[in-house]
Write a protein that binds this ligand. Structure first.
Ligand SMILES: CC(C)(COP(=O)(O)OP(=O)(O)OC[C@H]1O[C@@H](n2cnc3c(N)ncnc32)[C@H](O)[C@@H]1OP(=O)(O)O)[C@@H](O)C(=O)NCCC(=O)NCCS
Length: 206
């Protein structure tokens, strides 16, 4: 049927989602709920929304007084690592591939419905290194908030550095290092990340 004759309730074009059967779904659902209950007990300083899927090897290092909120239905794949001494907030239905790291000394905000590929790193701090007479290890850290809007897709192994804001619906290519703000709806790639096009075909901005 041509697209313009499809009803409003018609499924989107493309292959149907994989279906592994009812038993698989029930088992996976039970495992998720049980796992989340255990995770909540083990990490009382983190607020998990309902139906979060926290996979094996996830690590949460949260200082007393830090505020960490993870929205409903988020997926934190194997080896997810979270470190917080400040405020860290993740919106509903955001998905992290395996071995992502999110670290907040000051403030990291990640929106809803975001997709972060494997091994993505998001940090709001750097080690200070202005002095040459003191070891870098002993110079403390420089921090600035990171904000990632809703519906952002970050490709595998990308790094988001301190002080960066990424606008809603932006796409960041695999292996990019994002050192400057990116506007909503852009596609940015490379090291440092540069905008290559706007998703809506509009003129480049930012
Ligand atoms: C960025 C991406 C989404 C492609 O977006 P696109 O708008 O279709 O971009 P194009 O393929 O048209 O490429 C535009 C330009 O950027 C370059 N480019 C694309 N992806 C790049 C990347 N990750 N790093 C560096 N350059 C890249 C292309 O070579 C092209 O350059 P050219 O014009 O000089 O030939 C894709 O390349 C990518 O990186 N996907 C991430 C995949 C991933 O990590 N998945 C993990 C699972 S969530």
């Amino acid at each position: 049927m041509p697209p313009d004759q499809r009803g409003a309730d018609a499924p989107p074009p493309g292959p149907p989602p994989a279906d592994f059967g009812t038993l698989h779904r029930v088992r996976a659902g039970l495992r998720r709920r049980l796992g989340l209950s255990v995770t909540r007990l083990r990490h009382p300083r983190v607020t998990f929304g309902p139906l979060c899927d926290v996979r094996s090897g996830a690590r949460f290092t949260v200082a007393r007084g830090a505020h960490v909120t993870i929205g409903a239905g988020c997926v934190l794949d194997h080896g997810f690592t979270l470190e917080a001494t400040g405020t860290l907030s993740i919106g509903d239905r955001t998905v992290f591939g395996h071995h992502c790291t999110v670290a907040a000394d000051d403030s990291v905000t990640i929106g809803a419905g975001c997709l972060l590929g494997e091994l993505v790193s998001v940090r709001d701090h750097d080690h200070a290194f202005d002095r040459s007479d003191v070891g870098i290890l002993d110079q403390g850290r420089t921090t600035a908030p990171v904000v990632i809007g809703d519906d952002v897709w970050v490709g595998a192994k990308a790094t988001i550095t301190r002080g960066v804001t990424i606008g809603r619906g932006a796409v960041v290519g695999a292996h990019a290092v994002v050192t400057h703000d990116l506007p909503a709806g852009c596609v940015a790639v490379g090291v440092p990340a540069r905008i290559v096009r706007m998703r809506d075909g509009g003129p480049l901005s930012g």
